[in-house]
Ligand binder design. Structure first.
Ligand code: SF4
Length: 218
């Protein structure tokens, strides 16, 4: 197999502590996902962000490029971040696990990480959060909430829109962009789940003292 091209430099690479964690992750073999990954995906963005987004784990595109949220769901997230008034580089985007989980570990279809995989990987995220010190975390989907708060935190539909706290940082749980895509994405303005998530993003903006941009359903 041809050697992989180096991962494109990211803004957080300039932060020595984050870069050291990313390097550690790149050689990690703490769970079985190391055997099927193409690249590790430590997360990327502003090393001093106001807002941090946390998802579940890398998918196909992320696994190929070593970057978080760059597939279809990532593009939707990028549009949402832009609607909030931020360039993507101004926030930090990461995941609960740093290697792609696939069904039967066959490298075909994505699956959520197991509790054991999350337990093995979560210390990296905890260390990243301690360095990043975001004002607000937006947890994208059920797995992100479970990864941060434990397996007993179930029912994202009920949890979303309600503030939680992780290590003194306000956390807003909301739906994952992949779920939004399955519900119709952001085209047409009739996807209720999309506007639920937008409402959660507005709450996050208000929490950090920013005026939310006006948007209306079309
Ligand atoms: S998912 Fe996390 S714990 Fe498992 S091998 Fe990858 S970096 Fe290590």
């Amino acid at each position: 197999m041809a050697p992989l091209a180096p991962r494109a430099p990211q803004p957080d690479d300039a932060d020595p502590e984050l870069a050291a964690i990313a390097k550690e992750i790149s050689g990690c073999e703490k769970c079985g996902l190391c055997r099927t990954r193409t690249r590790t995906v430590p997360g990327q963005g502003n090393p001093r962000p106001e807002i941090m987004f946390i998802g579940e784990g890398p998918g196909t595109d992320e696994d190929r490029q070593g970057l978080a949220f760059i597939g279809r769901a990532g593009q939707l997230l990028t549009r949402m971040i832009a609607a909030m008034g931020f360039p993507r580089e101004q926030v930090f985007i990461g995941n609960i696990v740093k290697c792609r989980p696939t069904i039967d570990n066959a490298g075909q279809k994505d699956r959520p990480p197991t509790p054991e995989e999350m337990t093995a990987c979560i210390p990296y995220l905890h260390r990243q959060i301690a360095i990043l010190k975001p004002k607000v975390i937006i947890a994208l989907g059920a797995t992100a909430v479970k990864g941060l708060f434990g397996e007993s935190m179930t029912g994202i539909t009920k949890l979303r829109g309600t503030w939680l706290s992780f290590d003194g940082i306000d956390v807003m749980p909301t739906f994952h962009p992949s779920y939004l895509l399955r519900q119709g994405g952001d085209s047409g303005g009739t996807n209720k789940a999309y506007w639920d998530v937008w409402g959660d993003c507005v709450a996050a903006l208000k929490k950090i003292g920013r005026e939310p941009p006006a948007r209306k359903k079309i």
